[in-house]
Design a protein around this ligand. Structure first.
Ligand code: BGC
Length: 345
């Protein structure tokens, strides 16, 4: 069967490869791949900066934002049911966090991730999955089910904000989201669903992003100076040091900023850290990093998508490329938000 592959650690090795059918050790559910989303992590894998393959093979099947259709009945799943696969698997020790299902908080770093580290992903014509890691996607979501995994990154991020918020009285009103890619827009969607006033910062002055933000009832900013309120919560999705520091400075007393993005390349900025530290301390402000997601965050993500306007969600998927030419989806177009690969084309 055909699959989206890279040679881990080798830049520009992305290809369509013939690979073996998925082994039964991957799980009892056989799935026909429908869509795989491409994200920043995939660009890093393609750039050779990141990733390890399944042992004994030199190519890694990538694709961790998945949507598939069950091909054979198994474990309560029926033929034709839509599923998405959880990305991370607990480390083998396991560490205390992984032992209680919190693999997203793995303490020893020996976890594996499908399509990223140590395990083949979901970017193939067929894949298998263990029922525990298969998330049912309601039929009404249809192809939008490919957004469950990226949305799980944000339901986890918002969970972090809520956990921090529980320390004292906290009633957020204004939420700043930095970055209007898929992660930032899904963060803004959740903020709007929660009834907060949403402000989204992005460099783009054209393309679909401003409208998408305004259709959530949010304010679209291309410069932080346009923000005339203090954001109680910041969801940071650019990973750009300057944006992080500038936004952190805006946090009011009790403010919370969740960092969800990392910058692709090495960069350095001059920061007067002592001044920033003083400000964070006297304001009880919190910067919290967040990566990956536990099983419950996927269920929350399904609920977020079900509650959203499907037409708005559909506008996040700006391009679909066929598996036969999936590498064309790696060429960045300024109008792109989420590019997905049609695994049967
Ligand atoms: C994925 C996460 C993963 C992270 C680091 C992200 O793109 O969505 O599930 O933990 O990359 O590998």
């Amino acid at each position: 069967m055909r699959a989206m592959t890279v040679v881990p650690g080798k830049a520009d090795s992305a290809a369509v490869s013939e690979v073996a059918e998925p082994p039964s050790t991957d799980g009892s559910i056989l799935v026909e791949g429908v869509l795989a989303g491409i994200c920043g992590t995939d660009h890093e894998l393609v750039g050779g900066h990141f990733g390890t393959g399944r042992s004994g093979t030199d190519r890694l099947v990538i694709g961790h934002e998945s949507l598939g259709r069950v091909l054979e009945p198994a474990a309560g799943f029926r033929v034709g049911d839509l599923v998405t696969g959880i990305v991370r698997r607990p480390d083998p020790v396991p560490c205390p966090a992984c032992a209680r299902g919190e693999w997203d908080f793995c303490r020893n770093g020996q976890y594996t991730e499908r399509g990223i580290t140590g395990m083949d992903g979901y970017g193939s014509e067929r894949w298998r999955i263990d029922p525990y890691y298969a998330v049912p996607v309601p039929a009404e979501l249809g192809l939008l089910g490919v957004l469950v995994e990226p949305a799980s990154i944000l339901t986890k991020a918002w969970d972090q904000v809520d956990q921090v918020a529980a320390r004292s009285w906290f009633q957020p009103e204004h939420v700043l989201v930095t970055g209007a890619g898929p992660i930032g827009l899904l963060a803004a969607l959740i903020a709007a669903q929660r009834g907060y006033t949403v402000h989204v910062l992005d460099r783009a002055t054209e393309g679909p992003k401003p409208r998408l933000v305004r259709d959530l009832g949010g304010q679209y900013l291309t410069d932080l100076s346009e923000l005339d309120v203090a954001p109680d919560v910041v969801i940071e999705a650019t990973g750009a040091g300057q944006v992080v520091v500038d936004s952190a400075r805006l946090l009011p007393p009790g403010g919370v900023m969740c960092l969800t993005g990392i910058a692709p390349g090495p960069a350095s900025i001059e920061v007067q850290l002592d001044a920033l530290v003083r400000q964070l301390v006297v304001r009880n402000a919190v910067l919290v990093g967040s990566v990956n997601a536990a099983k419950r965050h996927y269920a929350d993500a399904v609920d977020v998508l079900l509650a959203a306007d499907p037409a708005w969600l559909g506008r996040l998927i700006t391009r679909t490329v066929p598996l036969s030419n999936w590498t064309s989806g790696l060429v960045r177009d300024p109008a792109d938000i989420k590019v997905v690969v049609d695994l049967q084309a």
